[in-house]
Structure formats: structure tokens, C-alpha cells
Design a binder for this molecule. Structure first.
Ligand SMILES: *[C@@H]1O[C@H](CO)[C@@H](O)[C@H](O)[C@H]1NC(C)=O
Ligand SMILES: *[C@@H]1O[C@H](CO)[C@@H](O)[C@H](O)[C@H]1NC(C)=O
Length: 482
């Protein structure tokens, strides 16, 4: 009945926007000269040292800054690669008092995006650290499909198995004195938000760094679009009289337009796969180089070392590291060796294509019963108790500390944070870092602030996390404290 089929129009527009962005990236890269230029001597050196960075991060036989490589195999044979405290077996088996901290990276990274935080001696003395590669990234297996169920089922089984290996749920620790902390950034933050809402038992504290709470963002976009449309309709009734309403209508929509522009790359990920893969490596990786350059923020210099390490983190093991093996004789799984040839961009863009963010998570029976074993009953809801809480889809059920770099170029802060208090339980905070961008764990000033927040969590949450963060980042603001 409708005069237009909005579904196919929407697809058509999205496709057009994707194509436009794709070519815009190409033109920018050609303009900047990163596309055709012959390598200079400096770049040859860079290439050489880049090889060294890949060897440091990915050679399974070597330990990296006192951490070593391990694999964990799921029931269906899927293999996760992670980097963890040396002597993991001993730490896990003896009656250790250590907490467990699990780090989840985002797009387009790997465990190595946490390289600065993982070096903190204060965190490592008090905890077993586990920095995992998400499916399709770094040294972990590929999935056939990156939908919400596939990704969250795999990740949840990984966390449950790691918890068990570390003896976190052992009956001997009746007081439950040892805590599990999940730290997530970007896509890892988005997944952590979903776990805190849908499988809160997995951790005692979620620390989430510049990752979107998808249900809140959707609701904010909906609210703004709706009120903008109302203003516009009123304007249409008397266009000559109410010009100010037109302005207001556009003003209201501004955050949505901003986000739409910032998300341009997401539309290119919907294009046919060969184009998506081309975006990942074409023009001598100009797309990735641009993201990496942004990651250090405005204030810091993007050094050669940054360039090499971020590229090594994104690209994962090279053919050489694929030959290496751990102490126990384990090697990277076959799909990682295949990705080494074809690139992993198809996999990591598929998180966007297959709806891992917004799709429904159909929990398996195994997952449901494993979660039940950690906490037999629904956790008590410590929120307002007005009943409002239950009506907020996507609301968290576990303690969360959100650390947010406000100059984020990927996520609009208004859309991501407005009204977030309604989604948080008692014991949660939102801390905003005014001068920091999308990668607080990389920028020099903010990474020590984030380190403080993790320290606070692993040392039993004594004192106020806000003041801990402010000791490193004086104008950090605790915007929400519940
Ligand atoms: C691509 O970039 C790297 C480093 O940025 C450089 O070493 C390499 O030579 C470049 N390749 C081409 C074909 O321009
Ligand atoms: C959440 O934090 C509050 C306040 O610090 C604390 O009382 C509560 O026990 C925490 N909840 C969980 C499940 O750890």
C-alpha cells in the first residue's frame, strides 16, 4: 500500500552512501600520496622494523613482556588465541589470591591494543591477565558467520572456561573473594555491554572504554529523529511563519547527522566482499594507516614505533610466526594461516555485515546452564526498584565503570551517553576524559588514567575510582555515579 518501498530505498541509499565513501577514501589516499608513492629509505626501514613488531607480538615461542601465548579450544573445535601471565597453570592451580582480568579489544585491533596497560606491574601483581583475540582477529580462529549468537556464544564459552581454569568458581572460595574483571574497548566494549546485560554473572566488574551501548544509542537516535520530524511537520504547516522551527528541527538532528558521517565506513562494509577486502589492504593499507594515525590522539606524536606496532596488532601473525609453536607444541589454527594470505579484513568487517551488535543472542542450553552454575538465581536488582528498570531493554545487571574519551571521532558522545544512568546499576560510574579520543588505552595521558581504574578494580575497589582516575588525569569528570 505504501507509495514507496522504504526497505529497498533504504538499501539503495545505504549502498550509494557506501560507494561514495569508498571512492572518497580512495581520493583522499591519492591526494595524500599514500597510494602510489614509491617507498622511501625511511619506509624501507619501517617495513623492516614492522617485521620485528610482528615477531614480538605473534611469535608463539617467545614471551612478550613477561606474558606468554596460549590457546583455548571450545566444544565445537574453535580455537581462541590469548596472551596471559607467564606460568598461567601455576597461578591458576595453586591457591592463588589473584583476580582475573580479561581484556576484549575492538575494531581493527587484537590483544596488542592493550600493550601499554598490560605492562602495568601493579595490575599484574594482583591479577592473572588474559588478553584475547576476538574471533576472526589476530591468532584466533575464523567464524563462518559473525552474528550475535555466534560471537557471544563463543566468547561466553571462552570466559567460562578461563574462569574455571583459574579456579574462580571453586567451592573452596566460599567468600567469593576473588573477582573477575572484564575490560572492553570499541567492539569489545559493545560485547562487554551485552554480557553485562545478558550474562552478568561472567564478571564482578565491567570496565568499558569508548564502546557503544547499542540499545541506548538506538533509543537516542529514535528520540532525536522523532522530535526533529515533529518540528519539521509543524514547520510545514506554516512555512512562512515558523522558519525558526526548521532551524530547530535541523539542530535537533545534528548528533544523528554527525554519527551518520562518522559511521561512513560502516556503509562501505556493506558493499560486495571484494570491495570490502580491497578497502582493507588497497592503496597500501591506507584505510588502516589512517585509523592508526588517529589512535594516538591529537596531543601525541605518531611515532614510527606506533605505526609498526599498530599495523602488527591489526594484521596478526605473518607467515613466519605461523610456523612458530608454544611450549606445549601448539600452533595457530588453520584458519589463521589462511587469513595470513587473504587478509582478515573480510572477517572483521563481517561483524558489521552479520549484525553482531544488534542481533538477538539465542543462548544454547550449555551456556544457560553454565551461567546458572555461576549464579543460581537472577542477581538482585540493586537499581531504583521502581519497576522502570525492567522496561529498559539492554539495561546492565552488573557493576560497570565506563571510561569515555570525549573527543571520540568514531562515536558521537551525545548519542552514546545521554540517559545512560538509566541503564546502570548501583555501584556503577561514568567517567569522561575531556581531551581524549577513541583510544584511551593508547593515548599517553589517558592510558595511565585507565590503568588506575583497572588497578582500583583488582585491588578490591577500595576508595573512589573517580579520584584514582583524577590522580592521573586531573580534569577527568565523574558524570554519573550510582
Ligand atoms: C607500503 O607502505 C609501507 C610502509 O608504510 C612501505 O614500506 C612499503 O614499501 C609500501 N609499499 C608500496 C608498494 O608503496
Ligand atoms: C556493586 O558495587 C556495589 C558498590 O560498590 C557493591 O555494594 C556491590 O556488592 C557490587 N555488586 C556486585 C555484584 O559485585
Amino acid at each position: 500500500m505504501a507509495p514507496f518501498n522504504w526497505g529497498s530505498w533504504g538499501l539503495f541509499l545505504a549502498f550509494g552512501y557506501g560507494i561514495l565513501t569508498f571512492f572518497a577514501y580512495g581520493i583522499i589516499a591519492i591526494y595524500r600520496g599514500t597510494f602510489f608513492r614509491r617507498p622511501t629509505e625511511k619506509e624501507k626501514l619501517e617495513l623492516f622494523l614492522g617485521v620485528a613488531a610482528r615477531d614480538r607480538f605473534w611469535d608463539l615461542s617467545k614471551s612478550w613482556a613477561g606474558l606468554s601465548h596460549r590457546f583455548l579450544t571450545l566444544r565445537n573445535g574453535f580455537k581462541f588465541h590469548y596472551v596471559t601471565s607467564n606460568g598461567f597453570e601455576n597461578l591458576a592451580h595453586q591457591k592463588s589470591h589473584k583476580q582475573l582480568v580479561i581484556f576484549l579489544h575492538g575494531f581493527p585491533d587484537s590483544w596488542a591494543i592493550w600493550r601499554h596497560i598490560l605492562s602495568s606491574s601493579s595490575i599484574r601483581e594482583a591479577s592473572i591477565v588474559v588478553a584475547v583475540d576476538l574471533p576472526g582477529y589476530g591468532g584466533s580462529d575464523s567464524l563462518k558467520k559473525y552474528g550475535a549468537t555466534e560471537v557471544l556464544e563463543a566468547l561466553t564459552e571462552f570466559i567460562i572456561k578461563i574462569r574455571a581454569e583459574c579456579g574462580m568458581d571453586s567451592p573452596e572460595d566460599e567468600a567469593h573473594s576473588r573477582k573477575v574483571i572484564i575490560v572492553g574497548h570499541d567492539w569489545g566494549g559493545m560485547l562487554a555491554f551485552r554480557l553485562a546485560a545478558e550474562a552478568p554473572q561472567l564478571a564482578d566488574r565491567y570496565i568499558i572504554v569508548n564502546g557503544p551501548l547499542v540499545s541506548l544509542m538506538r533509543s537516542n537516535i529514535h528520540l532525536l529523529t522523532e522530535s526533529s520530524a515533529k518540528l519539521f511537520k509543524t514547520f510545514l504547516r506554516e512555512p512562512w511563519r515558523s522558519r525558526s522551527l526548521l532551524l530547530k528541527s535541523i539542530q535537533t538532528l545534528k548528533p544523528v547527522i554527525r554519527q551518520f558521517r562518522r559511521s561512513a565506513y560502516i556503509f562501505t562494509f556493506q558493499l560486495p566482499m571484494p570491495l570490502v577486502r580491497y578497502l582493507g589492504s588497497g592503496g597500501n593499507y591506507s584505510f588502516l594507516k589512517e585509523i592508526h594515525r588517529l589512535s594516538v590522539g591529537q596531543a601525541d606524536k605518531f611515532t614510527l614505533r606506533d605505526a609498526q606496532e599498530s599495523m602488527a596488532s591489526t594484521l596478526g601473525p605473518s607467515a613466519e610466526e605461523c610456523e612458530s609453536s608454544t611450549e606445549n607444541g601448539e600452533k595457530y589454527p588453520r584458519s589463521v594461516r589462511e587469513r595470513e594470505k587473504s587478509g582478515n579484513f573480510g572477517d572483521i568487517a563481517s561483524y558489521y555485515r552479520d549484525g553482531a551488535a544488534g542481533g538477538v543472542w539465542h543462548k544454547s542450553l550449555e551456556t544457560i546452564s553454565a551461567l546458572f552454575n555461576i549464579w543460581p538465581e537472577e542477581p538482585r536488582r540493586t537499581s531504583s526498584g521502581t519497576g522502570m528498570f525492567d522496561m529498559t531493554p539492554g539495561a546492565l545487571k552488573a557493576n560497570a565503570t565506563i571510561i569515555w574519551g570525549k573527543s571520540d571521532l568514531a562515536l558521537d558522545s551525545h548519542l552514546a551517553l545521554e540517559g545512560i544512568a538509566d541503564y546502570l546499576v548501583h555501584g556503577s560510574q561514568l567517567i569522561v576524559l575531556p581531551r581524549t579520543g577513541h583510544f584511551p588505552q593508547i593515548e599517553a595521558e589517558s592510558r595511565s588514567a585507565l590503568e588506575k581504574a583497572v588497578e582500583w578494580a583488582v585491588h578490591g575497589e577500595k576508595g573512589d575510582v573517580g579520584s584514582m582516575v583524577q590522580s592521573e588525569y586531573p580534569d577527568a569528570k565523574v558524570v554519573v555515579r550510582k
